[in-house]
Structures are given as C-alpha cells and as structure tokens.
Design a protein around this ligand. Structure first.
Ligand SMILES: *Cc1c(COP(=O)(O)O)cnc(C)c1O
Length: 417
C-alpha cells in the first residue's frame, strides 16, 4: 500500500456523514448537515472566522450559567464572539488595558467611550478644538441633544484647559495626543493629571499615536479609543474601532456596547487581527518614510511650510521627543503648497502617480488628502481658521513604499504646478 492509500481511511473519516442527519429529509439536511462537528484535537494556528451569531451547549444548565454570567462563554454574538474576542484580547494586551471592546468603526468607538464613561444629562464635556472632524461634529451636535454641554478648548494651552476644569467642572475630557492635520503634540500625561485633579475622566483617541508611539493607560488615561481602520489594521480593507478600559469601568462599557449594538463583525475582526500582526513593521517603515519626506519637503522650492513633529522646526518637537517612543514621530505629515489654493492642491493630488488621493490614513499605500474638504469639512470657515488649517494645506500619510519613489512622485507633481 502506498502511504496515500493508508491515509485514505482517516481522510474519509473526516468527511463522514452524521447518521442522525442522514435519516432526515432534504430540507432538514440542508440546514443541519455538516454543522455541529465534534471538535478535533488539532488547533488552528490562527484564529478562524466564527460567524455564528449564537452558540449551543450540550446541557441547558451550561447555557444558563453563561447567560447568568456565572461562567464565561459565548451565547449571542452581540455580547461576545470568538474571533472578535481574539482581537479584543490582542488590543488590551498591546495597550496595557484590562479589556477592549471592538466596535464597528472608530466613530462607534468614540461614541461608545463617551456614552459608556457614565456622563449624564447636564454634565459638561471638554473637547479639543482640533480633534478628528467627525468627533468634533458628534460632540457639538449629538451631545447637546442628549443634554450634555460641549466645551471646546485648545489643548496646547494647559492653563486654558485647567481654567475650564476649575470653573466649569466638565465630567469628561476628550482629545488626541497628536492632532490632525497639523500634528500638534499635546502633553497628554499633563492633561490626564489635570482632568483627574478636577474629578473628570479622560478619553484619549490614540489613532495617530498608536501603541508603538504612546501608551496612554500607563500615564493614567481612563479610556483609550482607536480607529483600527487606520494603522492597526493598515491595509485599507476594513472599518473597525475599539475602546480600551480598566476593570472597574468594564461592566458599564460592556453593557453600553451591547445596548448600542456597536460591536465589530467577525469578518472585520479577522482582518483587523491579521493586520495587527505586521503593524510594528509597517509603522516603523511608515514613520521612517514620513521623517524623510518631511525633510525633503521642507527644502523643496514648491513648499512653503511642513508640519511634522520629527522636524526640529516643529513647535512640538521637544515634547514629542519626551513623550513618544524614540524616533517614532508618527506617519502623517502636512505641508502648505507655495502660493497654494484649493485649485493647486487638487492639481497636485491629480498629478501624483503613486501617492493616492484618498480620505484615509495609515494604509500600506501612501495617501494624500485636502483637510479643508474632507477630514475637517464639518468645520466652518471660522473654525478652520481658528485651528490653523489653511487653503494651501495638504495632508500626507506615508505608506511602506520605497521612499525614493515617494520623493520622485512628490517632486514631479510639485514642479508641474
Ligand atoms: C479615522 C479616525 C476616526 C474615525 O474612525 P472610523 O474608523 O473612520 O470611524 C476617529 N479618530 C481619528 C483620529 C481618526 O483618524
């Protein structure tokens, strides 16, 4: 007998039909045949995509124990689901948090973090002026309708932040440690300390900083939020977010998450988990590329100003050097086109051949965007001016391509203007 023939019976056995289902009618077989297989001892080396929305147990008592939270287990996918849970465990590990709740998008995570932080009608919420555009819109339009009072401040001025905390007593503070699109560096540990001094809780959206650059849980942030859509998943093929919290806050956050129903789909969780495996490699290259592009653009005749905290010319450079993990100043930079306008910015974006004009960041591919019309389109002309976003400004997210190809691409497009 060849070894192939010897293997046949086992391979055949794996494909055996279930006698209980064989005895049924076609319609019943269509539903049940192949399902409920006995587990085989081999464990898959990576997490499978578990799409089941519900889970069964051999004894009703076991199901009842899980339902009553006496034992951990899966019951219904809005409460917990294995693939999504694998991602949540990975994220909590990286961020040094007790738990993560994976959400259907970064904005779902922002929403969950706010609602699950236990603010209530009548409370004030202090939000950074140059926070992500949709978060800004959420804070200013949805929160007032829920009876929460938004207060907007420039978080680069700690005295202004403290003044508001002391006089208006917001219950919640929400900000990013590295802002978009001007890459202002916020003294996040100092803000968290101030918030706690005045009995406020702090949410940090760490999408731009990522766990490679900053670990907000380590300096006391109450909640960390991510858009996994960006660097952590990194391939431009999945929309996802997460809230990270500590054990005492978990129950409220968890209840809020299944009441909102903002949990992440297992397909998306699989893609995010897969992306996460190569995140450090991608991010290091992206940061190195961003640094080199920032230097290149700073000396380019077609560019009047570059915003990148890795450059000594950036006002947040020293602070970034102190707060961020060594050499990782992020992968996003912005620059102003000389004598720029919306028209010139659009022409630049159209003439680029490798760098893609796209409303996202953090992908393996380099992308470019016009903030005044995309990420910050929700802001009025006055608000844009206040934050410092000019009509000449474009934002670049460095990908993992060879940096010389990116430089050549920018050079040819800038020279054609
Ligand atoms: C993209 C982004 C969000 C929103 O994330 P989505 O996944 O698009 O919902 C929130 N905060 C920051 C800083 C972002 O860049």
């Amino acid at each position: 007998m060849t070894s192939e023939q010897q293997k046949l019976p086992a391979a055949m056995q794996l494909r055996r039909r279930d006698a209980r289902i064989l005895a049924r009618r076609l319609e019943t077989q269509c539903v049940h045949a192949g399902e409920h297989q006995d587990p085989i001892p081999a464990r898959p080396s990576t997490t499978p995509i578990h799409l089941a929305t519900t889970f069964t147990y051999p004894h009703t008592r076991e199901l009842d124990d899980v339902l009553a939270s006496r034992t951990p287990g899966y019951v219904y996918a809005r409460y917990a689901s294995p693939t999504t849970n694998a991602l949540e465990q990975a994220l909590a590990t990286l961020e040094n948090a007790d738990a993560a709740l994976a959400c259907s998008s970064g904005m779902a995570a922002v929403h969950l973090a706010i609602v699950g932080s236990q603010v209530r009608a009548g409370d004030a919420v202090l939000c950074a002026a140059d926070i992500y555009g949709t978060t800004y819109a959420l804070v200013n339009s949805l929160l007032p309708r829920l009876g929460l009072q938004p207060i907007i401040a420039d978080f680069t001025h700690l005295d202004e932040v403290e003044d508001i905390l002391r006089t208006r007593r917001p219950r919640l503070v929400i900000f990013e440690a590295l802002t978009n699109p001007l890459l202002k560096v916020i003294d996040a540990p100092a803000v968290v300390e101030l918030a706690h001094r005045y009995a406020a809780r702090a949410i940090i959206d760490s999408t731009f900083t990522t766990p490679m650059t900053l670990l907000p849980m380590n300096f006391g942030a109450d909640f960390v939020v991510h858009s996994l859509t960006k660097f952590l998943a990194g391939h431009g093929d999945v929309l996802a977010g997460a809230v990270l919290c500590r054990a005492p806050d978990f129950e409220q956050m968890y209840i809020t998450s299944y009441q909102l129903g903002c949990n992440l789909d297992p397909h998306a969780a699989y893609l995010a988990l897969r992306g996460l495996k190569t995140f450090p490699l991608r991010f290091e290259r992206q940061c190195a590329n961003a640094m080199e592009l920032a230097r290149f653009l700073e000396s380019h005749p077609g560019v009047s100003r570059v915003y990148y905290p890795g450059l000594p010319s950036h006002p947040g450079h020293a602070l970034a050097g102190r707060l961020f993990r060594s050499g990782l100043f992020g992968a996003v930079l912005s620059f102003e086109i000389k004598d720029g306008s919306a028209q010139k910015a659009f022409a630049l974006m159209e003439r680029l051949r490798i760098i893609q004009p796209a409303t996202t960041l953090g992908d393996v591919q380099s992308t470019i965007l016009y903030p005044a019309h995309s990420s910050h389109a929700a802001l009025t002309e006055e608000e844009l001016a206040k934050v410092g976003i000019s009509r000449a400004l474009v934002r670049l997210s460095a990908g993992i391509e060879h940096v010389e190809d990116l430089k050549e691409d920018l050079d040819q497009a800038l020279r054609s203007l």
